[in-house]
Design a protein around this ligand. Sequence first.
Ligand code: ACM
Ligand code: ZN
Length: 757
Amino acid sequence: MVRFFSFILFFNFLLSCSNNKDSVELIDVDKLPLIPYPQELEVSRQFFELNANTTLHTAPVFKTKLYDLKNTISERLTQPLKVSNKECDANNFLCLKKLSSTDKKPANPEYYELTITEQGITLSAYTNQGLQHGIQTLYQLFVNDFHKKQKRKQWFLPCLTIKDYPQFNHRGLLLDVCRHFYDKDVIKKYIDVLAFYKMNVLHLHLTEDQGWRIPIDKYPKLTEIGAWRLDSHNNKYGGYYSKDELIEIVQYAEQRHITIIPEIEMPGHAQAALAAYPQYSCTGGPIEVVNDWGVFKEIYCAGNDSTYLFIEDILNEVMEIFPSEYIHIGGDEAPKYRWKHCSKCQHKMKEEGLKDEHELQSYFIKRIEKILAINNRKLIGWDEILEGGLSQNATVQSWRGMDGGKIAAESGHKAIMSPTSHCYLDYDLKSIDLKKIYSFDPIPANLTEKAKSNIIGGECNMWTEHVENEKELDRKVFPRMIGLAEVLWTYPKNRKFEEFYLRLQQHYPILDEMKINYGPETTGALLSEIFNSDNIFIALNKNLEDLSLKYFWKNDSTIFQNYISPIPFRSGELHVQAFKGNLPYGDELIQTYQHHQALNTKVNYQCNYHEAYAANRDRALTDGKIGSLDFRDGAWQGFWDQNVEIILEIKDIKAIKKVSMNFYQYANSWIFFPQKVSVDLSEDKKNWHSLSPIFNSNIDLSNAKSIKSFSFPIDQSVKASNSKYIKIRAEGLDQIPAGHEAAGQPTWLFIDEIIVN
Ligand code: ACM
Ligand code: ZN
């Protein structure tokens, strides 16, 4: 009887316990939404109940205010958490513990250990920063209602052990607030998200050709004049932060263990400063704040000693605001045109025994490094600071590929990796999507073992030329930045894109709560052409498993039909839209196709297309896919600093009535129409019949993008109209013409589709 009674009691207890849990949503322990994924994780199927009787034991050794642990949890309980600074209880505790150097744990100061049992939560770390990482992990173990700030009597957390620390020490986001200005609250929002994903650097790009955003008391015109430009509608555009605002941002970041590294650009990308103080340029001015995008020839005069005093004064005020160990001084994209033509710069080169303008740049950077060193600060510069000799303690940020970082690391310098191939968030999803950024390995290939430790981490770079507001900024940065956060934290053995992608889906409701207007992970669809012996098909390939694709041909209909299998090739405008569930996913893809006689003809090249613009490689010019006004659309083929010379060999020759081809022009990107295009025909590749060449003098230096068709009609009376071989030669501009900022530099030729009818 007694036995039976106790059995009922026990049964009731079980019921009430499971009722508690069953009445609420529990996190799926098989799919914990942890980003970045921890180094070690062991999880069980038990849960700890956190409720108003849970006591938070704060270790007095953690001096800094943990900015929101108690409040964050208390706000989500019907009664606030209890707090104690005594030893941890045996039951129902949330206990913070300081690790000491005698603990046998990885010595990484960011290390934390999170243990959850049915009795309580223990979070241990060496530092406040480690503790904060553990707190962010803890938050990610709650269900979504927690992030929605719902109040509950109790929350259930999975019992587990996590031991975690980052692979790289430097995990950053560069934010350009110059091309477009973002106010203080946007920056604070970004600091919160950076902390949530365990990033630790916000690289704030504060000065540019198009705007100076930090007040310098000694030189008030830097913001009075330098912070403002005329936009494309001739309206005044700009802004700057007050010193108080910058200090507030720095403190906000510090509380969240994010270091703000300010970037003050020199010697190039400094036209806004030179508009305000033209006496530090080579010409003396007048100079205006730039209202266009690109690289501009006005740079600081390196031959004038007062330039260095000016910069020293600026840096002194910058260092008063920003306590970071590193100061970024830019150093990228500094055209040497002004220095070549400046008597002061040329005199300085003679005086210092410098053999060229690259050595002058190196001299310039070394003088700046000394200014920083006196103040116990270290210099970071873009990889151009390698040219002409790297200064002694400089850290290199590698952006033009991985080589700069590799060279720096092998010569004993620290390097931060942010190559355009993987880390540029201003690039569109066709070039860099989430999967691409997630595949990034910050360690350059073939780096010696010894040099590996010099790769201190990476950054994703958000340049804002074409990003005008917070909504667009969010769409560019998210979710790609989250991919990089995991790459920089989690060791490769724990990184699998498919698993990351599933965890990320669980984070979107959290990002919604953070008011992040995230964009898609990738473009929805990829097109490929399938050439069979007698038919051509277009395959629509989805970029993610959980998408579906629909399409229509314009002029037939504008109603999307489901894509099931490859569709027959034809001339026309194909519209493709991806869907995730019932919702459109990403932008509609529009591709024009054109049928013609030379489709799928092999092209023989007497020149080399550039790897970055290879498109469909040897079939790019005969795949029937017509390049659009976006020269990065994957249809255009680009040739750098050379003429185009190609021969087509047509398989089934019919009478040719016309040969035509498109060229592209966009002066801002140094792409120009050819000067001369000629077409020759031959039956045997020995005797050639030349058609009248076309000369072109339409070289437009404005920033308009345009496409021009060069067309060669063929007189049917000439025997050559039955030719098997078509030779095309396009001669580009040798140099960018005078009147352009990059006058004298080589040029690009962009061509697409040789249309033979
Ligand atoms: C850069 O993207 N010019 C560093
Ligand atoms: Zn000069």
